[in-house]
Design a binder for this molecule. Structure first.
Ligand code: NAP
Length: 268
């Protein structure tokens, strides 16, 4: 069942609605989706919904329950969904920092659970989502979850849940590092004498365009870097500083290790 027969989406905010738009774009029948969200605005044509679990029709038996509410309300929201636990139903959480054990505590030891860590470029279909499944999830259910997350970008599986903290440090929080790179480049452009508007436009377009080039190219990041670096030229002069022993790689390693530790601390 690559395309699940029926999807229950619990929480239809920024991520939930981006996911649902991706499913429908990729051919999922709107009639196969039921949304629970007290604040959901107008739903796409054909999608049914309600404000609470009590609004789910008796005959709607979801093959995937997608949990897309904020982590801090997850416990209270998820507990009643224990009544939907069944071998043919997998629970797919996209909540940051909520581990599989916390869902097993809420839904019981018989629940098939997949934990996913998406990132914000999912909003434009360019996310990367990392997935981890407990042992009750079948191969077909893994494929269903993978298909649902592929609607907003690329996917990768991990076999050790402990890696989710480092995943959070690299790809979950990563978009913020790239946005900060834009800020740092703009600030440097101003320091080099450019008007601030122009410095920001140059920094923003350089990062966005380079990201697009990376996405469309088969070359490695190292090769693309070498392609714009002539020996003794301007790029080489800057890279001598950025790639020094105490340069960007050292700073980025310290930052990502700190984010990884923080993810562990927040998980408790
Ligand atoms: N945004 C991202 O880029 C991103 C990236 C990675 C992971 N995530 C994860 O995705 C999840 C959702 O984040 P988000 O940014 O989409 O949050 P959001 O925009 O606040 O969406 C959550 C939605 O759930 C609704 N809700 C609250 N109580 C509910 C209930 N009892 N039953 C059903 N729906 C309920 C909320 O309604 P109200 O507004 O009325 O409370 C809201 O519409 C989070 O767990 C987050 O960690 C998000």
């Amino acid at each position: 069942m690559a395309n699940p027969d029926s999807i229950l989406l619990v929480g239809c905010g920024k991520m939930g609605s981006a996911l649902m738009a991706g499913w429908i774009d990729r051919g999922t029948s709107p009639e196969s989706i039921f949304v629970v969200d007290p604040a959901a605005a107008a739903l796409p044509v054909g999608v049914s919904g309600g404000g609470s679990i009590d609004d789910i029709p008796q005959n709607f038996l979801p093959s995937v329950v997608v949990l897309a509410v904020k982590p801090q309300v997850m416990d209270a929201v998820v507990a009643p969904y224990v009544k939907l636990v069944a071998p043919e139903t997998v629970f797919l959480s996209i909540a940051a920092g909520r581990n599989v054990a916390s869902f097993e505590a809420l839904l019981g030891a018989d629940a098939g659970i997949v934990r996913a860590m998406p990132n914000t470029p999912a909003a434009v279909g360019r996310g990367i989502t990392v997935l981890f499944a407990n042992t009750l999830v079948s191969a077909a259910q893994r494929l269903s979850c993978e298909t649902l997350l592929s609607a907003v970008g690329k996917v990768a599986w991990i076999d050790e849940e402990a890696h989710m903290d480092a995943v959070t440090g690299v790809s979950g929080s990563g978009p913020a590092y790239v946005f900060h790179l834009v800020e740092a480049m703009a600030q440097a452009g101003i320091a080099a004498g450019l008007p601030s508007d122009l410095a920001m436009t140059l920094a923003r377009e350089t990062v966005a365009g380079s990201g697009e080039l990376l996405a469309q190219s088969d070359e490695s990041a190292a090769t693309l870097r070498e392609n714009v670096t002539s020996p003794g030229g301007t790029t080489a002069a800057a890279l001598d500083i950025l790639m020094a022993d105490d340069g960007l790689a050292k700073l980025m390693t310290a930052a990502i290790l700190r984010a990884t530790e923080r993810s562990r601390e927040l998980a408790g």
